[in-house]
Design a binder for this molecule. Sequence first.
Ligand code: DAT
Ligand code: MG
Length: 149
Amino acid sequence: MERTFLMVKPDGVQRCLVGEVIRRLESKGFTLVGLKMLGVSKELAEAHYDVHKERPFFPGLIQFITSGPVVAMVWEGEGVIASARKIIGATNPLSAEPGTIRGDYGVTVGRNLIHGSDAPETAQNEISLWFKPEELVSWQPALTTWLYE
Ligand code: DAT
Ligand code: MG
């Protein structure tokens, strides 16, 4: 079963949207298999956003991600990587569709509330960067037969 890494960023935590994010993913039918709140070190932030290290917004992005606690999560389900990206919405919240998390709650790209892995390879890398194997719980939700044929 596919897994993805999601993170409620410091703005999402401060704006009390952790429950709302979890509710949307749970209601869709995805399974939470890892969850923790943490303060992010500069090293972890830079490793996570390594692909953007040459971009002009990189220093501000690292400053922002390390500015307060985040909630890191791993979610499981069929097609969860692409589906979570749809639930999250476009990077710029003003372009994100209403009904998406960024479309409903965000205004600027530098405060877009939540991160989601963009592909199977990045999902694997991000999960192992943020979570130890023993922090992830494999379990069988009772609803599985009502979600999958
Ligand atoms: P996404 O988070 O949708 O995968 P991304 O990988 O292109 O978007 O960029 C990572 C984060 O960097 C993004 O969530 C917010 C920030 N960011 C991206 N483009 C930016 C820009 N032009 N100005 C400021 N921050 C930006
Ligand atoms: Mg990205």
